[in-house]
Design a protein around this ligand. Sequence first.
Ligand SMILES: NC(=O)c1ccc[n+]([C@@H]2O[C@H](COP(=O)([O-])OP(=O)(O)OC[C@H]3O[C@@H](n4cnc5c(N)ncnc54)[C@H](OP(=O)(O)O)[C@@H]3O)[C@@H](O)[C@H]2O)c1
Length: 245
Amino acid sequence: MHKVLILGGASAIAQATARLFASEGASLFLTDLREERLKMVADDLKVRGAAKVEYLAVDANDLERHEETLQAADAALGGLDAALIAYGTLPDQRACEQSWELTQREFSTNGLSLLSYLRLLGNYFETKRAGCIAAISSVAGDRGRQSNYTYGAAKGAVAIYLGGLRHHLYKSGVKVVTIKPGFVDTPMTAAYKKGLLWAKPEAVARSIYRAMRRGKGVIYVPWFWWFIMLIIRNLPDCIFNRTKL
Ligand SMILES: NC(=O)c1ccc[n+]([C@@H]2O[C@H](COP(=O)([O-])OP(=O)(O)OC[C@H]3O[C@@H](n4cnc5c(N)ncnc54)[C@H](OP(=O)(O)O)[C@@H]3O)[C@@H](O)[C@H]2O)c1
């Protein structure tokens, strides 16, 4: 994996993952919202061994720019071996309940915009009959919970889409990786009290890097979230609805 596109390349989890690709001399193309942060991340990755780092500031909700973004990445790196989608926002669920506009924007950022990128990436790698597409969903997508069901609905949609894309691309040899982190200590969760279940972005990044290299299907990171979500998914409504999850 020598030519890697990372959409949301300035996110904490993406930065930690990009460093692992940089350490093996990969070339990277990063996108995110703010150009000055992308520049800082790119400079850091070059020091860490990346052969080349190019970047483009683009709002993921600007769907009309998706095609041109992928073309820019393809041209800058001379083709792509892999792509990772790692941007996102964590909406205030109670605020979403009060505003359709906010609900729609959050669903677009965390769901619809990824479907747009994934459609284009699927077609791109299908033509090449090789490559790896990875995207960060969340354990929140496994079951709607009162605390974050707008975010969960978007992440769940992404996970279902990735499953279908993996099924579709199987015959082309293209790997599609669904990443489902639990709680990760990043700027996104800065306001949350941390505890035993929390992981550092570097640990999550190692799992993402390994899964992309091995072309795994679905990963829970850290692994114990697989068991936690198995229980949460299977709790009967009569018990689940009484919890504060
Ligand atoms: N942290 C967790 O506990 C956790 C758990 C499960 C899944 N995840 C997922 O992991 C991924 C990475 O999150 P993180 O925790 O590393 O968060 P992070 O460090 O806060 O990064 C999120 C990134 O997304 C960018 N972004 C936000 N809206 C965007 C838009 N419309 N277009 C383009 N970029 C946009 C942000 O840019 P600005 O900073 O400029 O706004 C930021 O660089 C996300 O998909 C998140 O949902 C995180």
